[in-house]
Design a protein around this ligand. Structure first.
Ligand code: UP5
Ligand code: MG
Length: 239
Protein backbone atom coordinates (compact mmCIF):
# COMPACT_ATOMS: atom_id res chain seq x y z
CA UNK A 1 0.00 0.00 0.00
CA UNK A 2 1.20 3.50 -0.82
CA UNK A 3 0.63 5.94 1.98
CA UNK A 4 1.68 9.50 2.25
CA UNK A 5 2.36 9.99 5.95
CA UNK A 6 1.42 13.48 7.04
CA UNK A 7 2.53 12.86 10.63
CA UNK A 8 6.15 12.95 9.48
CA UNK A 9 5.83 16.60 8.50
CA UNK A 10 7.93 17.91 11.44
CA UNK A 11 11.03 16.60 9.65
CA UNK A 12 10.49 19.30 7.06
CA UNK A 13 12.62 22.35 7.69
CA UNK A 14 11.12 25.78 7.33
CA UNK A 15 12.52 26.13 3.81
CA UNK A 16 10.74 27.92 0.99
CA UNK A 17 9.90 24.64 -0.75
CA UNK A 18 6.51 24.49 -2.39
CA UNK A 19 3.86 22.31 -0.83
CA UNK A 20 4.34 19.92 -3.70
CA UNK A 21 8.04 19.53 -2.92
CA UNK A 22 7.30 19.13 0.75
CA UNK A 23 4.84 16.36 0.11
CA UNK A 24 7.23 14.59 -2.25
CA UNK A 25 9.97 14.95 0.35
CA UNK A 26 7.77 13.55 3.09
CA UNK A 27 6.98 10.66 0.82
CA UNK A 28 10.67 9.91 0.21
CA UNK A 29 11.37 10.03 3.96
CA UNK A 30 8.47 7.67 4.58
CA UNK A 31 9.70 5.32 1.85
CA UNK A 32 13.05 4.99 3.58
CA UNK A 33 11.31 3.88 6.79
CA UNK A 34 8.58 1.82 5.27
CA UNK A 35 9.94 -0.45 2.57
CA UNK A 36 10.87 -3.18 5.02
CA UNK A 37 7.56 -3.46 6.79
CA UNK A 38 5.19 -3.51 3.85
CA UNK A 39 4.67 -6.66 1.82
CA UNK A 40 5.22 -6.56 -1.94
CA UNK A 41 2.04 -5.67 -3.81
CA UNK A 42 0.36 -7.82 -6.42
CA UNK A 43 1.84 -5.68 -9.20
CA UNK A 44 5.09 -7.55 -8.73
CA UNK A 45 7.19 -5.18 -6.64
CA UNK A 46 6.55 -3.33 -3.47
CA UNK A 47 4.62 -0.21 -4.44
CA UNK A 48 6.50 1.50 -1.60
CA UNK A 49 9.67 1.36 -3.66
CA UNK A 50 8.59 4.13 -5.97
CA UNK A 51 6.20 7.00 -6.37
CA UNK A 52 2.88 5.91 -7.94
CA UNK A 53 2.90 6.00 -11.75
CA UNK A 54 -0.05 8.26 -12.47
CA UNK A 55 -1.64 8.58 -15.90
CA UNK A 56 -4.43 11.11 -16.37
CA UNK A 57 -6.92 10.12 -19.07
CA UNK A 58 -8.74 13.15 -20.46
CA UNK A 59 -11.23 13.86 -23.23
CA UNK A 60 -14.73 15.18 -23.71
CA UNK A 61 -17.90 13.40 -22.57
CA UNK A 62 -18.30 10.21 -24.58
CA UNK A 63 -14.84 10.38 -26.14
CA UNK A 64 -14.22 6.79 -25.03
CA UNK A 65 -12.05 7.30 -21.93
CA UNK A 66 -13.71 4.59 -19.86
CA UNK A 67 -13.82 2.07 -22.71
CA UNK A 68 -10.11 2.49 -23.48
CA UNK A 69 -9.11 2.52 -19.80
CA UNK A 70 -10.59 -0.94 -19.33
CA UNK A 71 -8.41 -2.24 -22.17
CA UNK A 72 -5.28 -0.43 -20.96
CA UNK A 73 -5.79 -1.74 -17.42
CA UNK A 74 -6.21 -5.32 -18.68
CA UNK A 75 -3.25 -5.18 -21.05
CA UNK A 76 -0.74 -3.18 -19.05
CA UNK A 77 -1.66 -3.92 -15.43
CA UNK A 78 -2.92 -0.51 -14.37
CA UNK A 79 -5.59 0.18 -11.78
CA UNK A 80 -8.45 2.09 -13.42
CA UNK A 81 -9.96 4.87 -11.31
CA UNK A 82 -12.85 6.66 -12.99
CA UNK A 83 -13.51 9.92 -11.14
CA UNK A 84 -17.11 9.91 -12.43
CA UNK A 85 -17.66 6.35 -11.16
CA UNK A 86 -16.23 7.25 -7.75
CA UNK A 87 -18.64 10.19 -7.56
CA UNK A 88 -21.59 8.02 -8.67
CA UNK A 89 -20.68 5.49 -5.96
CA UNK A 90 -20.80 8.31 -3.40
CA UNK A 91 -24.30 9.20 -4.59
CA UNK A 92 -25.43 5.58 -4.38
CA UNK A 93 -24.01 5.18 -0.86
CA UNK A 94 -26.05 8.13 0.44
CA UNK A 95 -22.95 9.81 1.78
CA UNK A 96 -23.24 13.35 3.16
CA UNK A 97 -21.97 14.78 -0.16
CA UNK A 98 -24.28 12.55 -2.23
CA UNK A 99 -27.07 15.07 -2.89
CA UNK A 100 -24.64 17.85 -3.79
CA UNK A 101 -22.74 15.53 -6.17
CA UNK A 102 -25.96 14.40 -7.85
CA UNK A 103 -27.12 17.98 -8.46
CA UNK A 104 -23.70 18.96 -9.78
CA UNK A 105 -23.61 16.05 -12.23
CA UNK A 106 -27.19 16.74 -13.40
CA UNK A 107 -26.08 20.30 -14.21
CA UNK A 108 -22.93 19.09 -15.96
CA UNK A 109 -20.87 21.17 -13.53
CA UNK A 110 -17.71 20.23 -11.64
CA UNK A 111 -17.78 18.78 -8.13
CA UNK A 112 -15.52 20.67 -5.66
CA UNK A 113 -11.91 19.53 -5.95
CA UNK A 114 -11.49 18.48 -2.34
CA UNK A 115 -14.36 15.99 -2.64
CA UNK A 116 -13.02 14.34 -5.80
CA UNK A 117 -9.38 14.35 -4.74
CA UNK A 118 -10.30 12.76 -1.41
CA UNK A 119 -12.04 9.88 -3.23
CA UNK A 120 -9.10 9.35 -5.60
CA UNK A 121 -6.62 9.60 -2.72
CA UNK A 122 -8.49 6.94 -0.75
CA UNK A 123 -8.31 4.52 -3.70
CA UNK A 124 -4.63 5.13 -4.39
CA UNK A 125 -3.56 4.88 -0.79
CA UNK A 126 -5.45 1.65 -0.16
CA UNK A 127 -4.30 -0.05 -3.35
CA UNK A 128 -1.63 -2.71 -3.77
CA UNK A 129 -0.97 -1.42 -7.26
CA UNK A 130 1.41 1.42 -8.12
CA UNK A 131 0.21 2.19 -11.68
CA UNK A 132 -3.00 4.18 -11.97
CA UNK A 133 -5.20 5.42 -14.78
CA UNK A 134 -7.20 8.37 -13.48
CA UNK A 135 -10.08 8.64 -15.90
CA UNK A 136 -11.92 11.95 -16.31
CA UNK A 137 -9.82 13.95 -13.86
CA UNK A 138 -8.51 16.68 -13.53
CA UNK A 139 -11.26 18.60 -15.32
CA UNK A 140 -10.16 22.09 -14.30
CA UNK A 141 -6.93 23.86 -13.46
CA UNK A 142 -8.18 24.03 -9.89
CA UNK A 143 -8.65 20.21 -9.85
CA UNK A 144 -5.12 19.78 -11.17
CA UNK A 145 -3.55 22.08 -8.58
CA UNK A 146 -5.53 20.49 -5.73
CA UNK A 147 -4.41 17.00 -6.75
CA UNK A 148 -0.75 18.00 -6.92
CA UNK A 149 -0.95 19.75 -3.57
CA UNK A 150 -2.79 17.00 -1.70
CA UNK A 151 -1.13 13.99 -3.30
CA UNK A 152 2.34 15.44 -3.82
CA UNK A 153 2.73 13.76 -7.21
CA UNK A 154 2.30 14.74 -10.84
CA UNK A 155 1.20 12.47 -13.67
CA UNK A 156 3.97 10.85 -15.66
CA UNK A 157 1.85 10.93 -18.82
CA UNK A 158 -1.50 12.34 -19.90
CA UNK A 159 -3.71 10.83 -22.59
CA UNK A 160 -6.18 13.00 -24.46
CA UNK A 161 -8.90 11.31 -26.50
CA UNK A 162 -9.66 13.85 -29.19
CA UNK A 163 -13.17 13.33 -30.57
CA UNK A 164 -15.51 15.55 -32.62
CA UNK A 165 -18.52 16.88 -30.71
CA UNK A 166 -21.11 15.26 -32.99
CA UNK A 167 -19.53 11.83 -32.41
CA UNK A 168 -19.47 12.37 -28.62
CA UNK A 169 -23.14 13.41 -28.63
CA UNK A 170 -24.07 10.33 -30.69
CA UNK A 171 -22.24 7.99 -28.31
CA UNK A 172 -23.59 9.53 -25.10
CA UNK A 173 -27.19 9.68 -26.28
CA UNK A 174 -26.94 6.11 -27.53
CA UNK A 175 -25.51 4.71 -24.29
CA UNK A 176 -28.81 3.89 -22.52
CA UNK A 177 -27.31 3.07 -19.13
CA UNK A 178 -29.63 5.38 -17.21
CA UNK A 179 -27.04 8.03 -16.35
CA UNK A 180 -28.73 11.23 -15.13
CA UNK A 181 -26.43 13.32 -17.34
CA UNK A 182 -26.95 11.42 -20.61
CA UNK A 183 -29.57 13.72 -22.10
CA UNK A 184 -29.22 16.45 -24.70
CA UNK A 185 -29.60 19.39 -22.28
CA UNK A 186 -26.96 18.19 -19.83
CA UNK A 187 -24.74 17.03 -22.68
CA UNK A 188 -24.64 20.58 -24.09
CA UNK A 189 -23.57 21.85 -20.67
CA UNK A 190 -20.93 19.10 -20.33
CA UNK A 191 -19.47 20.03 -23.71
CA UNK A 192 -19.35 23.73 -22.79
CA UNK A 193 -17.66 22.96 -19.49
CA UNK A 194 -15.16 20.72 -21.28
CA UNK A 195 -14.21 23.49 -23.72
CA UNK A 196 -14.04 26.24 -21.13
CA UNK A 197 -12.44 24.45 -18.17
CA UNK A 198 -10.89 21.13 -19.27
CA UNK A 199 -9.10 22.19 -22.47
CA UNK A 200 -6.82 24.53 -20.48
CA UNK A 201 -5.67 21.51 -18.43
CA UNK A 202 -4.92 19.61 -21.64
CA UNK A 203 -2.99 22.61 -22.99
CA UNK A 204 -1.03 22.79 -19.75
CA UNK A 205 0.19 19.21 -20.11
CA UNK A 206 0.95 19.70 -23.78
CA UNK A 207 3.28 22.56 -22.85
CA UNK A 208 4.92 20.31 -20.25
CA UNK A 209 5.57 17.66 -22.93
CA UNK A 210 3.46 15.04 -21.12
CA UNK A 211 0.48 14.92 -23.49
CA UNK A 212 -0.33 12.05 -25.88
CA UNK A 213 -3.21 12.98 -28.17
CA UNK A 214 -5.16 10.06 -29.60
CA UNK A 215 -7.62 10.49 -32.46
CA UNK A 216 -10.71 8.91 -30.87
CA UNK A 217 -12.64 8.25 -34.08
CA UNK A 218 -12.86 4.65 -35.25
CA UNK A 219 -13.67 1.32 -33.69
CA UNK A 220 -12.72 0.57 -30.10
CA UNK A 221 -9.98 -1.81 -31.28
CA UNK A 222 -8.62 0.65 -33.85
CA UNK A 223 -8.32 3.31 -31.16
CA UNK A 224 -6.65 0.89 -28.76
CA UNK A 225 -4.01 0.16 -31.42
CA UNK A 226 -3.14 3.88 -31.28
CA UNK A 227 -3.00 3.79 -27.48
CA UNK A 228 -0.92 0.63 -27.19
CA UNK A 229 2.42 2.14 -28.34
CA UNK A 230 2.19 4.88 -25.71
CA UNK A 231 2.19 2.30 -22.92
CA UNK A 232 4.57 -0.07 -24.68
CA UNK A 233 7.01 2.84 -24.91
CA UNK A 234 6.82 3.67 -21.22
CA UNK A 235 6.54 0.11 -19.92
CA UNK A 236 10.11 0.20 -18.63
CA UNK A 237 9.32 3.36 -16.66
CA UNK A 238 6.34 1.65 -14.99
CA UNK A 239 8.11 -1.53 -13.81
N1 UP5 B 1 -18.01 3.98 -27.30
C1 UP5 B 1 -16.79 4.05 -26.74
N2 UP5 B 1 -15.83 4.00 -27.68
C2 UP5 B 1 -16.47 3.92 -28.87
C3 UP5 B 1 -16.04 3.85 -30.22
N3 UP5 B 1 -14.74 3.86 -30.54
N4 UP5 B 1 -16.96 3.78 -31.19
C4 UP5 B 1 -18.30 3.77 -30.89
N5 UP5 B 1 -18.77 3.82 -29.62
C5 UP5 B 1 -17.87 3.90 -28.63
O1 UP5 B 1 -17.97 5.76 -24.07
C6 UP5 B 1 -19.22 6.43 -24.23
C7 UP5 B 1 -20.14 5.55 -25.06
O2 UP5 B 1 -19.58 5.39 -26.34
C8 UP5 B 1 -20.32 4.13 -24.50
O3 UP5 B 1 -21.62 3.70 -24.75
C9 UP5 B 1 -19.31 3.30 -25.29
O4 UP5 B 1 -19.70 1.95 -25.42
C10 UP5 B 1 -19.31 4.00 -26.63
P1 UP5 B 1 -17.15 5.86 -22.71
O5 UP5 B 1 -15.97 4.97 -22.84
O6 UP5 B 1 -18.06 5.69 -21.56
O7 UP5 B 1 -16.67 7.38 -22.82
P2 UP5 B 1 -16.22 8.38 -21.68
O8 UP5 B 1 -15.27 9.31 -22.30
O9 UP5 B 1 -15.80 7.63 -20.48
O10 UP5 B 1 -17.59 9.11 -21.44
P3 UP5 B 1 -18.26 9.62 -20.11
O11 UP5 B 1 -19.66 9.99 -20.44
O12 UP5 B 1 -18.03 8.71 -18.97
O13 UP5 B 1 -17.38 10.94 -19.89
P4 UP5 B 1 -17.54 12.10 -18.92
O14 UP5 B 1 -16.19 12.63 -18.78
O15 UP5 B 1 -18.57 13.08 -19.33
O16 UP5 B 1 -18.17 11.41 -17.63
P5 UP5 B 1 -17.62 11.13 -16.17
O17 UP5 B 1 -18.30 9.97 -15.66
O18 UP5 B 1 -16.16 11.20 -16.16
O19 UP5 B 1 -18.16 12.44 -15.39
C11 UP5 B 1 -19.55 12.66 -15.27
C12 UP5 B 1 -19.78 13.94 -14.50
O20 UP5 B 1 -19.22 13.82 -13.18
C13 UP5 B 1 -19.13 15.20 -15.06
O21 UP5 B 1 -19.89 15.80 -16.09
C14 UP5 B 1 -19.06 16.09 -13.82
O22 UP5 B 1 -20.31 16.64 -13.54
C15 UP5 B 1 -18.73 15.06 -12.73
N6 UP5 B 1 -17.29 14.96 -12.48
C16 UP5 B 1 -16.69 15.94 -11.71
O23 UP5 B 1 -17.33 16.89 -11.27
N7 UP5 B 1 -15.35 15.85 -11.45
C17 UP5 B 1 -14.59 14.82 -11.92
O24 UP5 B 1 -13.36 14.80 -11.64
C18 UP5 B 1 -15.20 13.83 -12.70
C19 UP5 B 1 -16.54 13.92 -12.98
MG1 MG C 1 -16.43 7.52 -18.47
Amino acid sequence: MWRRVVSLSPVISSSKSSLLNQAAYRFRIWESFATEIINPGKCGISPMEKTPFITFVLGGPGSGKGTQCIKIADTFGFMHLSAGDLLRTEIASNSEDGAMILNTIKEGKIVPSEVTVKLIQREIESSDCHKFLIDGFPRTEENRIAFEKIMGVEPKIVLFFDCPEEEMVKRVLGRNEGRVDDNIDTMKKRLNVFTALSLPVINYYEKKGKLYTINAVGSVDEIFEKVRPVFAECEEMTQ
